[in-house]
Each structure stands twice: as C-alpha cells, then as structure tokens.
Write a protein that binds this ligand. Structure first.
Ligand code: MN
Length: 379
C-alpha cells in the first residue's frame, strides 16, 4: 500500500498526522530541532520536579522477564537520576537474558528472585519507586507484594495500554515506541537533556532498537528517530549495539529456529500463521530462556499474513505460553485479553493457556472465524 505519510517533506510532516496528535513539535530555525516540546505534560512534570527537588532514595523496577526496553530504560533512568544527585537502584523481578548482559553497568542491577531480603529492604527504605515498561503491579510476579507494602511514592513511565492508577505521577503514552524513548523525553521535560551521557545513550538506544524491531514497527515515529539521533551523537554506536544484541545466536538456538519454522502452519483464509513448540523440542535443543524470542515474527513475515502466534509448551508451569503479533489494525492486545488472560500492545501481545498444547491450538483455530472480517480488513 502506498503510504502518503512517508513521501511528504519532513518539515511539513511535523505538522500533520501522529506527530501532531501526540505532541506539538517545534521547529527552531534552520540549524536545529529540539526533539520535541515536552511530550511529558506540564502537570506530570511539575509533580516529578517536586518529588526530585531534594536528594531521594529511589528504586527503579522493570517488569518480570525483563526485555531490552525494560533493562535499557531502567538503567538509563538510574544513571540520569544519579547525575542529579539521587541514590538510585535498579531491581528487576527476575534475571534478564544473556544477550543483554553487555549493557553498560548492567551488573549493578539487583534481581529480586535471587536476593529477596536485600531487595525488600532497599524497597522499604526508598522514598520513590519508579516503575518502568509495565502498566500494572501484577506484571512483577512475586515482587508485587513487596511493592504494594512499600510506603514510597510511585512514578510510572510506560507505553502499554490501560495503565493502572497507583502512581502519584503517571507518564503513560501508548503511542511511544518504547519506554526507553520516554526516558529521554522525561529528561528533556525536566530540562536536563544535557545530562545525556554515553552510558545513558547506549542503554536507551538498546531499548528503543529492541522494542521497535530495529525501527521497523509503525511505533517508530519521526520523534523516535530524532531521539535515536541524539543518542547516537551522545555515543551510542548503532552498528555495535546491533551486533551485540542480534549476532549472539547459539548453534542450538538456530537449530531450534529450524524446528519452529518446520512447525509453521499457515491458514491463508484467516490471514493467520502460527508456530508450535513442544517441551520435548525445547529440551532436545538445550533450550535457554529467550531462545524462542522473535520466532513469532517469522510467522508474521509470511506474505498475506496479518496475525501470527507462537504457542510454547511449558510443562513446569503446566501452561502454554502464547505470543501474538499482528499488522495494521488487528488488535492482538484485545485478542490476548479476551482469550488468553494477557495483553500488551495493538500489534504485539502475550498471554497463556492452562489447557494442553493440542487443545490450545484447537481452540485457537475454532475462535479465528469470529475475527475473519477484522483479519481480512486489517491492512
Ligand atoms: Mn517496552
């Protein structure tokens, strides 16, 4: 489909379409842009400014099974807050994948699951808890009780749908590419964009890059690219970051991808493709957490497919884990909420089924005809 929006002059495009709806972008003469004028609104900015007016003890928390955006945004924000004179500690509910273990100073991240008592003490002693890249406290697993019992004030920075209402300052924007992009806007709104260090830049760039599929998804706005440019100028080397994140496949993972592609089923009538993975297939390939990350995108890359799913058997938890992807207007967030007690974004969501793999698939196939019109009209 011809995309008019991509063809127009970038200077005009600032004043139309999504960029205009999201936040007015100011053009400052011929020599330079500001990235945007305050995508974080004035009210939220003022609350945050008050909270940060004197040195605070701050904990920054990402979601369970942290991804590149969770790790990048949390680390980036922590270095920023430290540069303002605060005490900031990142605590993740559980460990993050090996392909992110090179990120600047990621060894400083506390892992709740590994250090329950220490993490609890740090949370209990904190003044402010920033929650990043998730929309509801139940996204942190067993860490939830500790956070709920804390007396600290909460600040949310997140781009998922339907943010819960637990924070004194909620910076939520579902149109944002990533929470890492929002951390840049957060710094900018506080008038502190000049605190952008190389370490912050690398972390935020990694978060934006991983959450946008290397700037391929429609969530990558002109503003996203402007922020990325700032991060590159501050020392984030795109080619090196891409290599570190993506060129890390183990031979077992590549073989497992072969199995996944072999299991691919295409339902042309429904514009749908899905992949199944049994526990045995995972075990036979020495499965490590994160190995199936991105497999679902191969299903989505089939010509004519607008809806893709991967169903991964997890015998230990007696569930089937489900990742959903879509193109265009078909909302996998709605689909995951309606059928798999999950959710996410319009084009990327996840959930689970407590039925066995076969029944899960049979049910999936039986549900699809209800969505036939939406699937046909998605693009
Ligand atoms: Mn994210």
């Amino acid at each position: 489909m011809f995309n008019y929006e991509n063809q127009i002059n970038p200077f005009t495009s600032l004043f139309r379409g999504r960029a205009m709806n999201r936040a007015p972008t100011i053009f400052l003469g011929l020599m330079g842009f500001v990235v945007s004028s305050r995508p974080m609104n004035k009210e939220t900015t003022q609350i945050v400014e008050k909270l940060l007016a004197s040195p605070q003890k701050i904990v920054i928390v990402g979601h369970k099974n942290p991804d590149g955006d969770a790790v990048g945004s949390c680390l980036g924000l922590s270095f920023f807050l430290k540069s303002l004179g605060h005490n900031a500690t990142v605590i993740m509910p559980n460990d993050f994948p090996d392909f992110l273990k090179w990120m600047p100073r990621c060894e400083e991240i506390g892992i709740y699951e590994k250090e329950v008592q220490k993490s609890t003490e740090i949370v209990n002693a904190s003044d402010i808890i920033f929650t990043l890249d998730f929309n509801s406290l139940d996204r942190v697993g067993d860490f939830e009780g500790v956070l709920k019992a804390a007396s600290a004030k909460f600040v949310m920075i997140d781009h998922h749908q339907q943010p819960a209402d637990y924070a004194v300052a909620t910076y939520s924007d579902v149109k944002m590419s990533s929470t890492s992009e929002m951390v840049y806007h957060f710094m900018d709104a506080l008038g502190e964009a000049d605190k952008l260090s190389k370490e912050i830049a690398i972390n935020l760039y990694t978060g934006i890059m991983t959450d946008t599929g290397s700037f391929r998804f429609s969530s990558s706005s002109p503003t996203t690219h402007r922020v990325a440019a700032k991060l590159i100028e501050a020392g984030a080397e795109s080619a090196i970051i891409n290599q570190k994140v993506y060129d890390t496949n183990s031979p077992e993972r590549m073989k497992l991808l072969g199995v996944a592609l072999n299991n691919l089923v295409i339902l042309p009538e429904m514009h749908t493709a899905y992949i199944t993975m049994t526990q045995k297939e995972l075990d036979d390939h020495n499965f490590k957490k994160g190995d199936t990350e991105g497999f679902v995108n191969y299903a989505l890359s089939v010509k004519g497919v607008v809806f893709a799913a991967i169903f991964i058997e997890n015998k230990q938890e007696s569930i089937v884990k489900i990742s959903l992807r879509s193109k265009g207007d078909f909302s996998v967030n709605d689909f995951a909420r309606n059928h798999y007690s999950g959710g996410g974004h319009i084009n990327a969501a996840g959930g689970k089924s407590s039925q066995d793999l076969n029944n899960t698939i049979n049910e999936f196939i039986s549900i699809l005809p209800r969505y036939k019109n939406e699937l046909t009209d998605a693009l």
